[in-house]
Design a protein around this ligand. Structure first.
Ligand code: FAD
Ligand code: SF4
Length: 465
């Protein structure tokens, strides 16, 4: 008898909005075993699974989902880890709605299978079981690889190459590994204990990690090339953009990078227990519409702000943030000011921010990105009373490595140029991938690029021997 199709996904239990804005604990609580098995049973186990094609790292999705149905959880997580070294992270923050879930056959008539939530379920099950199985490593090759940056791209390259038998050392500028997962994405969306767990897993594969080490300053990339057979650059896009409007140097105007780093990495929300102070603003405007903006707005609420606005120059449908995060922000009481453009910050006599002047916008013809261009409405100026503004309009790669590495080709926005098929850069024995190549993107795209580079690096290292 044909399987009865169930078009409704099982909802994810969450902390209630009025509770969660008072704490930094994780919002989404994860599926129970029963919910996970019910959700997994919805999968049709397609012969030609489109979901796998939609996954940038090609996880065997129907394979691991079937393991959940059959209660073979250890086998399920093993299947995921063959393609993804960070399942607990990806299960939480990947934009599945634009990737594997978008193309799931069930989405044609109903809800797609909740692939991300099921991935998270298995990763959390493994952590709770206390038994983390490491895949088998190839025998040592004697080749040494340096990785610059311990974000998702660097961690993926390191784990792939370590499994292939190479000796890998990661250099990380900050005092903790994880990249944006550690300093950017807040605790309530991605608990740091989970990032640490995934980093420890990679170290367990024999990867060495050296923190507080800035390549381009502590040592140049050329110096690394004297010691290593190959180098991968996964230095991310950590240079924040600003609006370039009057008043940007007033006290109370932050880049999202600084604001979130103070809170997440430096644990400013637990000051004075931790020694990084953090202003507790009461009226905040966050400028931008992506995941970073949602994170900054929701962080502000948890720091005790009375009113938090997202100020975005386009309309709701153009918001680049994940839908789930927009809904979470709305549930928590963030106010969305669409079609609004800040034009200047206004300070008091002591140099502290007190207002932001904005213009109302309307949508005109589509621009290069295909989205309708926002056009200012003349005479529509108004002021928003605020004591903190957080600029979350984008980032580009830090120029340090390109300017200290002669011959390393960079693109117009300062990104390192690397071949899409191989990750090779203009310098011999140097590969690059992730945000440093694409500009600010996603965790899984950084991991996908890293995987491609790892494959090519391995081929190169094998040839060399
Ligand atoms: P990064 O994560 O930036 O890691 C780069 C690492 O390199 C950093 O640790 C940095 O300190 C280190 N480094 C830099 N320069 C040097 C140097 N010279 N020497 C040594 N080390 C160096 N993506 C999603 O998919 N889903 C989300 O929900 C999501 N939310 C986000 C929220 C925020 C607040 C931010 C900022 C980003 C978010 N992203 C999200 C984007 C995602 O985190 C990034 O695309 C991803 O982390 C890129 O990985 P990466 O390894 O290329 O770079
Ligand atoms: Fe299951 Fe959807 Fe993938 Fe088909 S496309 S195998 S239904 S998750």
């Amino acid at each position: 008898m044909a399987k009865k199709i169930d078009y409704k996904r099982r909802p994810m239990p969450k902390q209630a909005p009025f509770e969660r804005v008072k704490n930094f604990d994780e919002v989404a609580l994860g599926y129970t075993e029963e919910l996970a098995r019910q959700e997994a049973s919805r999968c049709l186990g397609c012969k030609k699974p489109l979901c796998v094609e939609g996954c940038p790292v090609g996880i065997d999705i129907p394979g691991f989902v079937e393991c959940i149905v059959e209660c073979r959880f250890a086998a399920g997580i093993k299947r995921i880890k063959e393609a993804n070294a960070l399942p607990a992270v990806c299960g939480r923050v990947c934009p599945q709605e634009d990737q594997c879930e978008k193309v799931c056959v069930l989405s044609k008539k109903g809800d797609p299978v909740s692939i991300g939530r099921l991935e998270r379920f298995l990763a959390d099950w493994e952590a709770a079981s206390g038994h983390v199985e490491a895949p088998t490593k190839a025998p040592p090759t004697g080749k040494r690889v340096a990785v610059v940056g311990a974000g998702p791209a660097g961690i993926t390259v390191a784990s792939d190459l370590a499994l292939l038998g190479h000796d890998v050392l990661i250099y990380e500028a900050l005092h903790e590994a994880g990249g944006v997962l550690t300093y950017g994405i807040p605790e309530f969306r991605l608990p740091k204990a989970i990032v640490n767990r995934e980093v420890e897993y990679v170290r367990g594969l024999g990867v060495e990690l050296r923190t507080d080490y800035i390549v381009g300053k502590t040592k140049t990339l050329d110096k690394l090339l004297e010691e290593f057979d190959a180098v991968f650059v996964g230095a991310g896009a950590g240079l924040p953009w600003f609006l370039d409007i009057p008043g940007e140097s007033l006290n109370g105007v932050y880049s999202a990078n600084e604001y979130l780093t103070r809170c997440n990495l430096m644990k400013g929300f637990r000051f004075p227990e931790y020694d990084t102070p953090m202003k507790r603003p009461s009226r905040v405007a966050v400028v931008g519409g992506g995941n970073v903006a949602m994170d900054a707005a929701r962080t502000s609420l948890r720091l005790g702000a009375d009113e938090v606005h997202i100020v975005y120059r386009r309309s709701r449908i153009e918001l680049p943030a994940r839908l789930e995060e927009v809904e979470n922000a709305e549930e928590e009481g963030v106010i969305f000011d669409f079609l609004t453009l800040p034009v200047r910050y206004i300070g008091d006599e002591h140099g502290w921010l007190k207002e932001m002047e904005c213009l109302k916008m309307e949508l005109g013809e589509p621009d290069d990105s295909g989205r309708r261009r926002p056009v200012p409405i003349e005479g529509s100026e108004f002021r928003l009373r605020i004591d903190a503004a957080v600029c979350a309009i984008g980032n580009s790669p830090n120029p340090l490595i390109p300017i200290t590495t002669p011959g390393l080709e960079v693109g117009r926005s300062g990104n390192i140029v690397a071949d899409e098929e191989t990750g090779r850069t203009s310098r011999a024995a140097v590969w690059a991938g992730g945000d440093v190549v694409t500009g600010a993107a996603t965790v899984i795209s950084a991991m996908g690029a890293a995987r491609i580079a790892a494959r090519d690096m391995h081929a190169h290292l094998s040839k060399k021997s």
